[in-house]
Design a protein around this ligand. Structure first.
Ligand SMILES: [Zn+2]
Length: 184
């Protein structure tokens, strides 16, 4: 098991003090302003994201980074805000349960979606390309449609997770989620 295959979900939260090492900013377009922690990823994930985005650009596609690393404290704020607004609890992970805390997850969108994170992203050329090619760059679409009861999260075609090359290809070919992989 590599350090990139860590399983984080509602049953397996990260401790508050868990802060990834080697956070760095990939050279990709971001909606978040310079200096925002959202622009950070673990070094290897950042390098892979640069390759993924560069290939997409060659295909004439406009992927844009929305949110990468998220500290425990920020997730805590989001969760409290969602509780106050009565937002569906399935949509916002409790603190420690978001894999954005690992620095290995990245939310992406595109101009035609107004940089929003919506299911309709899956229907855009960018979303379709990402669904097909993310695994060639070490990423998986972590929350697929139809696996909501397995992952504990709604369908999120915009959320990619770096797991490294061999595992990404394996999961893509088998259609398994990370949870199912660990149950094998
Ligand atoms: Zn996400």
């Amino acid at each position: 098991m590599s350090k990139f295959s860590i399983l984080v979900n509602r049953e397996r939260p990260l401790p508050k003090g868990c802060i990834p090492q080697n956070l760095t900013e990939p050279a990709i377009p971001f909606q978040a302003p310079p200096g925002d922690a959202k622009r950070l990823l673990v070094r290897e994930a950042a390098a892979a994201a640069e390759k993924l985005f560069a290939r997409a650009r060659e295909e004439g596609l406009c992927l844009c980074g929305i949110s990468g690393y998220r500290p425990y404290t920020r997730q805590s704020e989001l969760y409290r805000a969602a509780l106050a607004k009565n937002t569906s609890m399935t949509a916002v992970a409790p603190p420690g349960c978001s894999e954005h805390q690992t620095g290995l997850a990245l939310d992406v969108s595109c101009p035609s979606e107004d940089y929003e994170l919506e299911e309709t992203f899956a229907l855009t050329p960018e979303g379709k390309w990402l669904n097909t090619y993310a695994s060639h760059f070490g990423f998986i679409l972590r929350y697929p449609k139809g696996k909501e009861s397995v992952t504990g999260f709604p369908y999120e075609p915009w959320h990619i997770r770096y797991v490294g090359d061999p595992l990404a290809l394996y999961l893509s070919l088998t259609g398994l989620t990370l949870e199912e992989y660990y149950l094998l």
